[in-house]
Design a protein around this ligand. Structure first.
Ligand code: MG
Length: 224
């Protein structure tokens, strides 16, 4: 998937940019991962080739025996910026989307033990699932968004953006000190607690309040 789609069809599409993810941005999730609240945002990147959209299948790779869901709110950048002031941060946002940061947890744990990067565990094709974009005008208060994930009809994750350790303005300001943010860039703002395994045949339904939802099925990798 190379293009990000808008809920408001009149806006058309924009090319997807880089995917910047924030780790441990909700205290309860940091604790469930046996971690503590970080002093500054934990950042990592996912490849653009991992992106899929609403209705596309999440594929479990042969290399992993334990794949987890992490439902997050993504910020879509609309205006280029470097060293963005927190006060200006919201003016750089084009919209918001649901984002599933799919993670091969067993490979991530191995990497953590060895002090290696998380790239493999986070980088498989189909491991970044993004919904249609809700335009910024429809979300006046981004720290007041509720979102949830149901798997096969059962509630598995429930989040509230007001619980973030680093809010969206802080994230944009901090990230833009390191890398220029460009239109189409995606910032996945971290997952709340409740991460757990997905298996072939599961149906994931993600919702951002009543603003946007997406549905994705899970299947195993097949080689021909
Ligand atoms: Mg995540």
């Amino acid at each position: 998937m190379d293009k990000l789609r808008f809920v408001d069809e009149k806006e058309g599409e924009i090319p997807a940019g880089k995917i910047i993810c924030v780790g441990k941005n909700y205290l309860a999730h940091a604790r469930e991962m046996e971690g503590i609240a970080p002093k500054e945002p934990v950042l990592f990147l996912k490849p653009r080739s991992s992106l899929i959209g609403d209705g596309e299948d999440i594929i479990l790779p042969e290399m992993s025996k334990l794949v987890h869901h992490e439902l997050e709110i993504a910020v879509i950048i609309g205006r280029r910026g470097k060293r963005i002031d927190e006060k200006e941060a919201l003016t750089h946002i084009h919209g918001y989307a649901l984002f599933l940061d799919i993670t091969a947890r067993d490979l991530q744990s191995e990497a953590k033990k060895k002090g290696l990067p998380w790239t493999i565990s986070k980088g498989f094709d189909t491991f970044s699932v993004i919904s249609d974009i809700v335009l910024v005008k429809d979300i006046p208060e981004p720290q007041d968004i509720r979102f949830d994930l149901h798997i096969n009809g059962e509630l598995r994750q429930k989040g509230y953006t007001g619980d973030m350790i680093f809010d969206i303005t802080k994230l944009i300001s901090h990230i833009s000190k390191i890398m220029t943010l460009e239109p189409g860039d995606i910032i996945a703002t971290g997952t709340p607690e409740g991460v757990s395994a997905i298996k072939a045949g599961d149906v994931l339904k993600s919702n951002m309040a009543s603003l946007v939802s997406m549905t994705n099925c899970v299947r195993r990798e097949q080689r021909f």
